[in-house]
Design a protein around this ligand. Structure first.
Ligand code: ATP
Length: 235
C-alpha cells in the first residue's frame, strides 16, 4: 500500500528525516512512535505531499507520489487527519463532512458513508447543525476523523488523535480506529505519543529517534522490548 525508501526531508537547513524506510501493507494498522521533535509529523507531511522529500521515494499503490501535490494524493485515496484537527470552525458539522467528500462524485456512496460516520459517532449526528468551533475537543477529533472517512481513503494517516483528550475519549477514539480498520479494511498509519495505546491497537510499529527509524517490529514485541518500555512506555 505504501513504501518509503531512503526518504530525506528538510526544513531549510534542518535535516528532519534522515533516510527513512517504512512499509505498510493493505489492511494493517501501523504506528509510528517517538519523542517530541523526532520527526513523526514530518513523516506524515512528507507522505501526504505537504513537505515533499528532497531525496528518496514515496510509493503509494505502486505509484511514485514523491513529487505529487497534496490534492492529487488525496484524490488517489491517501488522506491525512493532521495534528490539532483543523476542522472548519465556522462551518456546521454537516458542512465539514460535505467538505471531506468534496472531490467525490459518487452521490449514493457519499450518502451511505455519511450514515456510516453518524453511526460511528452518534454525537456528531445529534450536532450536525452546530458549528465545528463550538464542539468539545473530543467531538472535534471525531469530526476530523469523520471528515477524512468522507473522502473514502484507502490509507488514513492519523497524527496524534489522542492529543489533549480526556482518557475516556482517548479510549473511544482508539476503539473507533480499530473499528474503521476492521469494518472497511482501511489501512491506517497512526502517529502517537501515547505509545502504550497506539501499540495496543496497531499490528506493527516503528520507533523514530531524531529523524531515523531505530526499531521496527510487531506491536507485541515492541510492548515487550526493554528499551521501548523504558523510553516510551514509562516502565
Ligand atoms: P511532535 O510530537 O512534537 O509533533 P514530531 O516527532 O512530530 O514531534 P516533527 O514535528 O516532525 O516531530 O519535527 C521534526 C524536526 O523538524 C524537529 O527538529 C522540529 O523542530 C523540526 N521542524 C518541524 N516543523 C518545522 C518547520 N515548519 N520549520 C522548521 N523546522 C521544523
Amino acid at each position: 500500500m505504501l513504501k518509503l525508501e531512503s526518504v530525506n526531508t528538510y526544513y531549510g537547513n534542518i535535516h528532519a528525516l534522515k533516510g527513512i524506510d517504512i512499509e505498510i501493507n493493505k489492511g494493517e494498522i501501523v504506528t509510528l512512535i517517538g519523542a517530541n521533535g523526532a520527526g513523526k509529523s514530518t513523516t506524515l507531511m512528507t507522505i501526504s505531499g505537504v513537505v515533499p522529500p528532497k531525496t528518496g521515494t514515496v510509493t503509494f499503490k505502486g505509484e511514485n507520489i514523491s513529487s505529487k501535490n497534496p490534492d492529487e494524493i488525496v484524490q488517489m485515496g491517501l488522506v491525512q487527519v493532521p495534528e490539532g484537527r483543523h476542522i472548519f470552525p465556522y462551518l456546521t458539522v454537516q458542512e465539514n463532512l460535505d467538505m471531506g467528500a468534496f472531490l467525490r462524485k459518487d452521490k449514493p456512496a457519499i450518502k451511505k458513508d455519511l450514515e456510516y460516520v453518524f453511526e460511528l459517532f452518534p454525537r456528531l449526528s445529534e450536532r450536525r447543525k452546530q458549528t465545528g468551533g463550538t464542539l468539545s475537543g473530543g467531538e472535534q477529533q471525531m469530526l476530523a476523523i469523520s471528515r477524512a472517512i468522507m473522502a473514502k481513503p484507502d490509507l488514513l494517516l492519523l497524527d496524534e488523535p489522542s492529543l489533549g483528550l480526556a482518557p475516556i475519549i482517548v479510549m473511544q477514539i482508539f476503539e473507533i480506529i480499530k473499528k474503521i480498520n476492521r469494518e472497511n479494511n482501511t489501512t491506517i498509519f497512526l502517529v502517537e505519543q501515547n505509545a502504550n495505546m497506539a501499540l495496543k491497537v496497531a499490528h506493527r510499529g516503528y520507533v523514530m529517534e531524531t529523524g531515523r527509524i531505530t526499531i521496527s517490529d510487531k506491536s507485541e514485541n515492541l510492548l515487550a522490548n526493554d528499551s521501548v518500555r523504558k523510553a516510551y512506555l514509562g516502565m
